[in-house]
Write a protein that binds this ligand. Structure first.
Ligand code: HEM
Length: 167
């Protein structure tokens, strides 16, 4: 007779908050390289680390990013913020950049295709930047993204493209 299995199951907290679960494909630490460009600037290569972390009791993902010059390792841009996925497939993100610029982004995610697309609703404390879009995709365990921006002198176009691996 199997009585042992009838005992009360252990009450373990879920590994991921239900609100965060559809974006679990982002969670973890990613490292890779990117390329930056824009009209009137010299294109550049950079190294990058992204960390998407969360606590199972909170419906939010903490996000930190840091970059460095690919050739020398000297620090470049950094940013951090919070991602709040909603059950309806929308997501809102706030990001503070090391340059002083602040972003409120809204967009959507698709857990099946492992994609997130964001458009700026607010760009604050920026002298040139009018609009920012960000598109992320996880394919075969690699995270790629494109960041586009519009400025006072240039229409919406890519500034950054990168490919990162989970570490
Ligand atoms: C240039 C914004 C992310 C490195 C610029 C410019 C703007 C800008 C407005 C000047 C463009 C112009 O003069 O027409 C942003 C925004 C970012 C971002 C809004 C994030 C959403 C990054 C990152 C890096 C970076 C992650 C480094 C990895 C550079 C460099 C230049 C530049 C090297 C050229 C500077 C120069 O030649 O004076 N960026 N940037 N940016 N950005 Fe970014």
């Amino acid at each position: 007779m199997e009585t042992a299995g009838a005992a009360t199951p252990p009450t373990q907290p879920p590994a991921t908050h239900p609100a965060v679960a559809p974006l679990a494909f982002l969670l973890g630490k990613w490292r890779g390289e990117g390329e930056g460009s824009f009209p009137a600037i010299s294109s550049f290569r950079y190294g990058e680390e992204l960390l998407f972390s969360h606590h199972p009791s909170k419906p939010v993902i903490s996000y930190t990013q840091k970059t460095w010059k690919a050739a020398s390792g000297e620090p470049m841009h950094a940013e951090s913020g919070y991602w709040r996925p909603r059950p309806d497939g929308s997501v809102e993100v706030v990001i503070a950049q090391s340059t002083g610029l602040a972003e409120v982004q809204k967009g959507s995610y698709d857990a099946e295709t492992k994609t997130v697309t964001l458009q700026s609703e607010l760009v604050g404390n920026a002298s040139k930047v009018k609009q920012i879009t960000r598109a992320f995709q996880v394919t075969d365990g690699e995270l790629s993204y494109v960041v586009q921006m519009a400025t006072i002198t240039a229409s919406l176009q890519p500034h950054l493209k990168a490919l990162l691996k989970k570490i």
